[in-house]
Write a protein that binds this ligand. Structure first.
Ligand code: NAD
Length: 363
């Protein structure tokens, strides 16, 4: 069965199709964008693993021609590759009324979305996310970007897709580690603003990632993100709550030198945000305990001393946090919590206290 979530953003609004069969149902895409041509961008690994499935879907949609292959990995989100993609779009004679269809994880989606945002001053694009992280997070909300030598996602644009097609058939080939990393973003959504959703996650227990529960959990996470994006599309306020776990997480991810996947770092980062909220007296200890327990239950490590890449230096982490691009006014900005489902923004964290906290946690 395929579920549907709608983002109500006026003329920029769109639907997210979730579950088995979404790729087939994407024929409706033809109705969303009639009489136009598509340039298909696809992650090389995804193309290898799902060649027939992709070909059949494209044939259903009357899309012909070779796709533009995007090499797998974060390095594809570069100015160099963006230029190559834009050149190929020009060589194919793509016009302003035409569109890009991006099939892959967050890397292909971010690159394809940014190319769509700037090609001929902006054309439409469709996201076909193939990782759980891309389904739960990056394909929805309209943030597109490439990386610069100075840091990740520093050049980009807000550009909403016209449709998101999250077909679970792609997940069958996704390595378990990647699946879990994406699942961290689903848990994050519940922790930020939906205590009932977190109850449902706990209730599904060890079966949380079974096909039966995963679709319902993914739908809840996308619904949650949709409401946040509708309220604050360009992150001038509440959308920043979606960064729960990300200030600690980015510091961990960078310090790990590649040992941690983004979602693994976010899982540990969420647990740290809850622990730090307890330390500051904002949150009950039992809530932080539940957060640790659930992450561990599904197989995501939250203990700083046991995390891949440990030991982590408290000073080095805070130094990274000081340069986080989400900061404003020269102080460290954290998303903290009053409890499960009740996150808030703290604009001026105390650096010395953070170092002491992280030293305690690293032991
Ligand atoms: N735009 C946003 O709002 C937003 C939000 C979160 C993350 N991001 C970005 O998303 C990116 C991370 O996304 P990701 O984790 O999807 O990374 P990714 O696109 O690099 O995919 C991870 C790996 O999985 C492989 N893969 C993809 N689909 C597969 C499948 N179905 N089967 C087997 N292998 C598959 C890819 O080839 C790659 O090696 C980062 O660049 C991050 O900055 C963007």
């Amino acid at each position: 069965m395929t579920d549907l979530v709608t983002l109500d953003l006026g003329e920029r609004g769109y639907e997210v199709l979730i579950g088995d069969g979404a790729w087939t149902i994407a024929r409706r895409l033809a109705a969303v964008t009639p009489d136009r041509r598509y340039a298909v961008m696809v992650d090389t690994r995804v193309l290898q693993l799902h060649r027939d499935f992709i070909r059949d879907g494209l044939a259903d949609l009357d899309i012909a021609g070779d796709p533009i292959e995007i090499p797998e990995g974060e390095s594809a989100k570069s100015f160099g590759l963006l230029e190559i993609v834009l050149s190929q779009l020009l060589d194919r004679g793509l016009e302003r009324r035409d569109a890009i269809l991006a099939i892959g994880g967050g890397v292909t989606g971010d690159l394809g979305g940014f190319a769509a945002a700037i090609y001929k001053r902006g054309i439409d694009f469709i996201q076909v996310p193939t990782t759980l992280l891309a389904m739960a997070d990056s394909s929805v909300g309209g943030k597109t970007a490439i990386n610069m030598p100075q840091g990740k996602n520093l050049v980009g644009a807000f550009h909403q897709p016209r449709l998101v097609v999250a077909d679970f058939a792609f997940l069958e080939t996704l390595p378990r580690r990647q699946l879990l990393a994406g699942y961290a973003e689903i848990i994050k959504a519940a922790l930020i603003g939906d205590a009932d959703f977190f109850d449902r996650l706990e209730y599904s227990n060890r079966d949380s990632l079974s096909a039966l529960h995963l679709q319902a959990h993914l739908k809840s996470a996308i619904e949650f993100k949709a409401r946040v994006v509708e309220a604050d599309e360009r992150e001038s306020g509440t959308r920043a709550l979606l960064n729960l776990g990300h200030t600690f997480g980015h510091a961990l991810e960078s310090e790990s030198g590649g040992a941690l996947l983004h979602g693994e770092a976010v899982a540990a980062g969420c647990a740290l945000a809850f622990d730090y909220s307890v330390r500051l007296g904002h949150c009950r200890e039992n809530d932080a305990h539940r957060v640790h327990e659930y992450f561990s239950l599904v197989g995501l490590e939250t203990d700083l001393s046991r995390l891949q890449g440990a030991p982590y230096s408290a000073e080095a982490m805070v130094e990274r946090m000081r340069h986080d691009k989400k900061n404003a006014g020269g102080t460290i900005r954290l998303v903290l919590a009053r409890g499960i489902g009740d996150a808030f923004i703290d604009d001026a964290a105390d650096e010395a206290d953070l170092i002491n906290f992280l030293k305690d946690k690293a032991q």
